[in-house]
Design a protein around this ligand. Sequence first.
Ligand code: FES
Ligand SMILES: [Fe+2]
Length: 341
Amino acid sequence: MFVKNAWYVAAWPREVTDKPLARVICGEPVVLYRDGAGAAVALRDMCCHRALPLSLGKIVGGNIQCGYHGYTYDGTGACVDIPGQSHIPEHARTRSYPVAEKFHCVWIWMGDAPANPAEIPALWWLDHAEWKPSTPDMAHLKCDYRLIMDNVLDATHLTYVHPTTIGASSIVAFEPEITHDERVVRISRWMLDRPPPPAYAKAGDFDGNADRWAAVEYWAPAVCVNFAGCVDVGHGGPGKDIRQSPRRVELVSINLPTPAEEGACHYFFAFARAFKHDDPEIDHFFGPGMVKVFEEDFGILEAQQRMLEKYPAEKRVSTIYDRGPAMARRMLERMVEAERG
Ligand code: FES
Ligand SMILES: [Fe+2]
């Protein structure tokens, strides 16, 4: 169940080079590479001759050459060279997908509707002087991408999955506020005057309680941005200017789970912080350290997927904390239905 008419992250820019990169996106095999001008190109990963994946070929003069009999394609997917034959049939081509590089991501549009790069979700934190991004990362996971939405939209798992880092037991004591419009679900929660999670206490030099927040925005179909941090007691809460606090931890984590096929996804993620830019220890903690935190979720997500595939019809129980994820799922279902007409 994929929305096709949407921008998805296909790759980090560093992954797209003058070597073909094969990646399945929304059930379709795609090959990505850079053309002679350095622009990212995405084509269906199949030669129109005898169907070899083009990703098994190589880039020659900015075009991609099939590794079987040498048919060569330009960035529009048109075959421009057939060795030993001067006539190139008009239907000698493969599908090309709209691609755009924005906010340090390579985005792809898998649908048939016209693609508008102005609709790419604004991940401005990855490109803003006040925010220091970590090196972005990605994991190929054997789970439905929607399980990642469920995970990110329900912060109560932090207590159990991440107890030594970003979890704290007080989360369920504070009800989240949930709102939505047609394409966005927003969940926000203030946890005032409570012990901060271990990682935040260390990073922000907190010795006692703190005012902490955990918020998330889901932008359908596949972007989830978490806002998290803590400040001195009295400086947090709705309407307060957190930047006036003497101590502050302020983070965003950007979750971009692109569907690969049913039951599998590419989980792109990145972090950025708006405090202690010049501290190498914090660089490490909110870079490779946070990757370790995310890895704590990976095993859970894949184990869930295995059970869901084994018992697909089993009824499951929901709590009040599943309202946000449920809203996101309904939003997604409406988009799929609208696309299928
Ligand atoms: S299969 Fe690609 S050139 Fe023959
Ligand atoms: Fe998690």
